[in-house]
Design a protein around this ligand. Sequence first.
Ligand code: SIN
Length: 526
Amino acid sequence: MTSTLLRTLTAPSSSLRVSRYSILFARQASTMTPQLKDPSLFKQNVCYVNGEWVAAKSGKTFEVHDPSTGDLVGTAPEFTSQDTESAIRAAADAFPSFRTQTGRQRSKLLRAWYDLMVANSEDIAKLITWENGKPLADAKGEATYAANFFEWFSEEAPRIYGDTINSSVPANRILTYKEPIGVCGLITPWNFPAAMITRKVAPALAAGCTVVCKAPGETPFTALALAELAHRAGIPKGVVNVVTALDNTPEVGETLTTSDTVRKVSFTGSTNVGKLLMKQSSGSLKKLSMELGGNAPLIVFDDADLETAVTGAIASKFRSSGQTCVCANRIYVQSGIYDQFVQRFTEKVKGFKVGNGFDENNTHGPLIHGRAVSKVDQHVRDAEKKGGKVLVGGQKLPDLGDNFFQPTVIRDMTGDMAIASEETFGPVAGLFPFRTEEEVIKLANQTEVGLAGYFFAQNMERVYRVAEALDVGMIGVNTGIISDPASPFGGVKHSGFGREGSKYGIEEYQVVKTFTFGGMGKPLQS
Ligand code: SIN
């Protein structure tokens, strides 16, 4: 059971926690570093600015802890506003030259970065598991998902087209160019330490922009490893800058959003922070993309294929232990299939194994930190108090560590419970019964956010009707997984705006410039 873990970790935890892991770790040496094939990918105390590795000017650093064990992963620079401004300047200096590279040249750079990510994907995955906690198999999936954004946008870079437009004025001719917007500030979350960065950086570079990427304080080391690979790929200096901060995160965010040099900010994170960043950006009238919170409804109709629905709901709900903004948050099941669904779904969840992500037997890892565990616990207690029946899980797992919570299934959920209106961001599946299509559409749309929604049904009329009625940016029909670099990702309402990935993703980093030529209408003299 522990052979992979023993192979993967060179060292032990100082923790004396009584668990199967503490026994394992106690037998090992004094640090707990995953053995990277290429240890130089693990960058501590430095950020990547203007093609160089630099410390914070103050010399301050912050600690990053493994969410599974609580042990120190390493320390990263606590960048200030001043440090961030140097990164913005580097990106601004690099822009005039980078924008003149041809799409084909930029494509080759992205392709080189992609190849390096693929070649180093095992190390990237280990870094993800180490600082985020997700099981290594999921982390490998994320490393591939992340690299695929480079591949996708390396293919888009040479294919940037404008229009020719018939003018209303006979003597005029109109054409448009799509130009890179300029320096971009990219602010990314911890739940996909690699993929949320590549999903923003790849289209920005494909368009000809230069970037300052603010990596999350919880998971900076994956971001810094990606920066090292950018360097090796030959990305010109200043084109990609990666900065880190924990306590100074609001200060760095403010610097990026208020700077007149930064022409675009793309943010993935909570709705509240998104609104604040948007407010801060108003003074410089920046272009924005906001990929914010969700509260995804997942609906199972009586005519659904039961196994497809159960598999899809499990995949959507428990991916990354429920810590994605597209995870199903409210699972509505029609009365005719409710009991059967509850039974099959619960059986599957009983098969989950929770623990350290480096142990290949574990299907689910820890949550990111104690605050996440408290929220999940509150949601479960609230549902229980209001009549929900916990069928599996429902408790913290202190023997495994501070950040573990049992995958949980609750039946007989009702609309007055917190899960009905708040995003749980954890491994709790609340199963709400419903009777009619009309009723469930109303319930599904009764939220201020609208990122993803899912439903399972076979009747084609219903499929179209429901897909059109759900007020979300992305819909999974008979599937619980919708993430794909080829597919536009983004929400409506308080889930934000802008689309990432797909052919639309690059437009977020472009401006349309219109050329109008006058005096062109004279016919040729024959
Ligand atoms: C997110 O949680 O923000 C992204 C999830 C995904 O790309 O699938």
